[in-house]
Design a protein around this ligand. Structure first.
Ligand code: ATP
Ligand code: MG
Length: 328
């Protein structure tokens, strides 16, 4: 499968050099991006349509939801305000570069169009559960300063295929008028392999409709689909995506980087220095890693002045190693 290659193995146990210059450039580029995003948002949207209704978005503070009737396509999608940026995520170099390039193309769309080119806007993310597909899709929305519109399958998929097809039309019709990141999670649910094309079943018609719609999405709508099951997806569907990223579990080096962040907030004993702690966490996904470190942080806070980090880590590792593990 021609997914963008990830340099996970090459990075295993190697160090990434950090420089102050890189940090300064990063901070400058973030400021410019914020200015750009604000300008873009102001131009693209009618501010009167955003109201302060809230739903839980992550475990930080709740995020505002746009109730714009176009944005939420009559209840078939929900528009959330994303917070994570690319710089909040630990990504393989090639993955980060590929993501930044797409964002740059979107920002420089006018320049590209002057030369008869269009920015890419269809992204397929593949990876086992907890490898950051949803988080990366959200980060795209943050970087682009666009609402993050998630398709709600429980509303879109009806008992009758005709209903599902009609609702998909509504989703695409709505977002066509509204620049956003349109996110399809578990995309294989909709874009199932059609099998024998000579037998035109309802499923085939539904997938054909979906493909036509994907082709017609304007470049100002960034369509991001995520799947754990590439093998179930219709091959004509995944070929539509201009950027296809395989998101692996974090490399050993990335696990160390993550644990170093933990070490910045609480005193890790030498026995559980990041590299040594990483060796205890056998091949975690980002989700598992995050859950482990959140667990440590929670116990540390609740233990108060009695907190012994070494004991907490030992206990959390015990629980981590006896956790239920999926087939992945
Ligand atoms: N590259 C990353 N760097 C740091 N943290 C990450 C990264 N990717 C994901 N995470 C964290 O890991 C957790 C799981 O990520 P996420 O829910 O996006 O995975 P997913 O691939 O969408 O999983 P699923 O297939 O189960 O939907 C998130 O809470 C996120 O904060
Ligand atoms: Mg997800």
């Amino acid at each position: 499968m021609p997914l963008v290659d990830n340099d996970r193995d090459a990075h295993w146990k190697t160090k990434t050099p950090a420089s102050n210059l890189a940090g300064e450039l990063d901070s400058l580029s973030r400021r410019l991006e914020t200015l750009f995003s604000d300008a873009r948002r102001d131009c693209s949207h009618d501010p009167s349509v955003c109201v302060g209704e809230f739903v839980a978005f992550d475990d930080a503070t709740p995020a505002p939801v746009s109730t714009n009737p176009h944005a939420n396509s009559q209840g078939l999608t929900v528009a959330l305000t994303p917070r994570k940026r690319f710089t909040d995520l630990i990504l393989a170099r090639v993955t980060r570069q590929a993501c930044e390039e797409l964002v740059e193309e979107q920002r420089q769309a006018e320049r590209l169009r002057e030369h008869g080119l269009l920015p890419r806007h269809r992204v397929l993310l593949h990876g086992v559960p907890g490898t950051g597909k949803t988080t990366l899709a959200e980060a795209f929305a943050t970087e682009l300063g666009l609402p993050f519109c998630k398709v709600l399958y429980h509303r879109v998929i009806g008992e009758q295929l005709a209903d599902t097809i009609a609702r998909l039309w509504r989703v695409f019709d709505a977002v066509r008028q509204f620049p956003c990141v349109l996110f399809f999670d578990e995309f294989e649910t909709l874009a199932k392999e059609r099998g024998d094309r000579s037998d035109e079943t309802g499923l085939q018609r539904a997938v054909s409709t979906l493909l036509t719609q994907i082709d017609d999405v304007p470049w100002s709508v960034v369509l991001i689909a995520a799947t754990n099951h590439l093998e179930l997806m219709d091959s004509a569907a995944w070929r539509r995506f201009q950027l296809r990223l395989d998101l692996p579990k974090p490399s050993f080096e990335h696990v160390c980087e993550w644990l170093t962040r933990l070490g910045a907030d609480l005193p890790l004993p030498a026995r559980y220095a990041p590299e040594r702690l990483a060796e205890h966490l056998c091949n975690p996904s980002w989700g598992e890693l995050e859950e482990f470190t959140m667990g440590v942080r929670r116990r540390y806070v609740l233990a108060g002045t009695e907190a012994r980090v070494e004991d907490i880590l030992e206990e959390r590792l015990q629980q981590y190693n006896t956790r239920f593990v999926s087939a992945y």
